[in-house]
Design a protein around this ligand. Structure first.
Ligand SMILES: Nc1ncnc2c1ncn2[C@@H]1O[C@H](COP(=O)(O)OP(=O)(O)OP(=O)(O)O)[C@@H](O)[C@H]1O
Ligand SMILES: [Mg+2]
Length: 221
């Protein structure tokens, strides 16, 4: 079954003086439970594509059917619910809230979820924390953590809702080999156990090749 059916004619970034057109004639179809890696040089549009897939950006020329529904018809409340519960974001610019502890940051999505889902997910908290080894920073604030520790907290927050799709933008970029393994193993474990669809942007070809498909984005020639 198809979970993502996206046809982009183009995405245009407009400034006063310049206009940049990217993701030209890009078609992406993804089946439920597929693992997709997206690679391509810096500036080609990988993060822009994830923003579109994750419904953070709806300003482009194209058509997008997600979970079998044309996204053009989605209302704001549905959008917010989908983004919180069905789609897990581990994005490059994902920021933690500095006034909250790491634990509260990770549990933030639970605040907005309905109660059944909430209970269900707080059980998973422990296993996620153990799998990526961040027990020791739970009571710390983000500013007291290293870059790699923060990256792992962002990852935990992105998957705590057990979303149907995980969008990960270079989730291992700031990590050492051991922690890279932990993140990728957990990502793939979720895929295996819950059939979670995984879309990973990475510059690491070894990681890319462990996905079912690798999509190379290229500039328009
Ligand atoms: N909000 C914006 N306004 C204008 N231009 C933008 C904006 N966001 C991105 N761009 C431009 O769009 C292009 C694609 O950016 P994007 O962040 O998607 O690239 P990327 O493939 O993720 O690169 P990287 O590997 O460096 O993360 C770049 O040339 C970038 O400068
Ligand atoms: Mg990027």
């Amino acid at each position: 079954m198809k979970i993502i059916d996206l046809k982009i004619k183009e995405k245009v970034y407009k400034n006063k003086k310049t206009q940049l057109s990217i993701l030209n004639n890009l078609n992406l179809e993804v089946n439920v439970g597929e693992k997709i890696a997206i690679v391509g040089e810096s500036g080609v549009g990988k993060s822009s594509l994830l923003n579109i897939i994750g419904l953070l950006d709806r300003d482009y020329d194209g058509e997008y059917t997600l979970f079998g529904l044309p996204t053009i018809n989605l209302h704001t409340s549905e959008l917010a619910k989908w983004r919180n519960e069905k789609i897990g974001f581990v994005l490059q610019e994902s920021a933690l809230i500095n006034s909250l502890t790491i634990e509260d940051n990770i549990k933030l999505p639970l605040l907005y979820a309905d109660s059944r889902k909430k209970e269900f997910n707080s059980k998973d908290f422990e296993s996620i924390i153990n799998a990526i080894d961040i027990q020791h920073i739970l009571k710390k604030k983000p500013l007291e953590c290293s870059g790699g520790e923060k990256a792992r907290a962002v990852f935990a927050r992105g998957i705590i809702m057990k979303p149907q799709i995980i969008l990960a933008d270079e989730p291992t970029a700031s990590l050492d080999i051991e922690n890279r393994k932990r993140i990728i193993n957990l990502l793939f474990k979720m895929n295996k156990e819950f059939n979670t669809t995984i879309i990973t942007v990475t510059h690491d070809l070894e990681i890319a090749n462990r996905h079912d498909r690798v999509i190379h984005l290229e500039r328009r020639k």
